[in-house]
Design a protein around this ligand. Structure first.
Ligand SMILES: [Zn+2]
Length: 82
């Protein structure tokens, strides 16, 4: 099943909204914004998706943040999972 289209315009606005005064976005904020804008899809999993998935480092059940189709194509090129 194809993902919904991520809202790249909203993502860009959210990333840039505090620039330049408070332009420090940490990884958690970036993740939250990416989820809100549809670039990452939180998925509840009860086992690791694969050996090198980021969710394999945690206890289960947990939330695996999976890349949307747009990001997944790039990740596959780089040899990354999910
Ligand atoms: Zn995973």
């Amino acid at each position: 099943m194809a993902d919904l289209q991520p809202d790249l315009e909203q993502f860009a606005r959210r990333i840039m909204e505090d620039w330049p005064e408070n332009g420090d976005i940490d990884g958690w904020q970036l993740q939250d914004i990416a989820v809100e804008c549809g670039l990452l899809i939180p998925t509840t999993v009860t086992e690791p998706c694969c050996d090198d998935c980021q969710c394999s480092d945690t206890g289960f059940p947990t939330t695996c943040y999976r890349r949307c189709d747009l990001l997944r194509a790039q990740a596959v090129e780089k040899g990354l999972s999910r």
